[in-house]
Design a protein around this ligand. Sequence first.
Ligand SMILES: CCCCC/C=C\C/C=C\CC/C=C/CC(=O)SCCNC(=O)CCNC(=O)[C@H](O)C(C)(C)COP(=O)(O)OP(=O)(O)OC[C@H]1O[C@@H](n2cnc3c(N)ncnc32)[C@H](O)[C@@H]1OP(=O)(O)O
Length: 289
Amino acid sequence: MNIIRTVRSVAFSSIPNRTLSTTRSLSTPSAQYTAFEVNDKTGIATLTLNRPPVNSLNLELLTEMRNCLKDAETNKCKGLIITSSSNSVFTAGLDLLEMYQPQDERVKSFWTALQSMWMELYGSKIPTAAAINGHAPAGGCLIATACEYRVMLPNFTIGLNETLIGIVAPKWFVSAFLNVVPRRVAEQAITQGKLFTTAEAHNVGLVDDVVNTKEEAIAKCEQFIGSFKNVNPYARALTKQQFRIKELQELEQQREKDLQIFLGLIMQPSVQKAMGIYLEGLKKKSKKQ
Ligand SMILES: CCCCC/C=C\C/C=C\CC/C=C/CC(=O)SCCNC(=O)CCNC(=O)[C@H](O)C(C)(C)COP(=O)(O)OP(=O)(O)OC[C@H]1O[C@@H](n2cnc3c(N)ncnc32)[C@H](O)[C@@H]1OP(=O)(O)O
């Protein structure tokens, strides 16, 4: 099989430069917030989120992610691993600044980009895995649960904490969470806005494995993807689709409605006020550190 090796935006210091035998850049514009690499030997793609300080998901990052996911599939990669260039944050979830006092056109594009990225990841034909090497609240948890396998480093947190910020986790955030966690645990956790520690997440099945280093996490993801080596990729993809088609179709058919609900909710003065207070708290905490 001819694996096309693509590298996008690897020019940042936190990711060591790997020596690669063959490289080919795609004609798409170079990425700002992601690195996308395909291992020549294994054919596995790694998408590294790199938007310091906390990889908050803004319009540009979401768009880049979607492009990488598409590339991985188009180039028939054996699988895809998502990880972070940060040592402490996988992703802090959606960029609150995209939703706080937003501009009309941009916030629409932002939510549409989130929907598209999620549908691409959740519905990906190739095996997907998350190497969660830091905190993964809200949108971070959404990305992790869209993957088929999750491995996490100790002493971080993961969960859907939206209610604690005064916002509501959309239905498709919840349905992916419900794929991996029993219904009762999910209902309690999401209504409380609970962030699970790594150990708790492992205990309830929100993450599959816990390891101590990022290298071990990547190795675990590779092992998971490797477990399909004797499986026909086409049969695998169609079987995966049977498990996921309902949520994908639901969102596809309701995209515009979902967008309007999102806009209607975030534009409520009480929600804007709560978000402002939450952001202020984050900034104060960050200054104290
Ligand atoms: C009845 C009313 C119904 C209302 C319904 C409304 C809407 C429903 C529709 C839509 C739902 C929308 C869904 C949203 C899902 C989300 O993802 S929301 C985002 C949730 N994320 C969080 O709560 C995480 C917040 N961040 C943290 O907890 C911490 O930052 C961290 C991830 C644990 C990392 O900690 P660390 O100490 O390393 O970093 P700092 O906290 O010091 O942060 C550094 C810097 O980054 C800024 N920042 C952090 N997170 C975000 C973020 N998500 N967006 C934007 N900016 C963020 C922080 O403010 C600091 O900034 P600085 O002071 O300028 O350096």
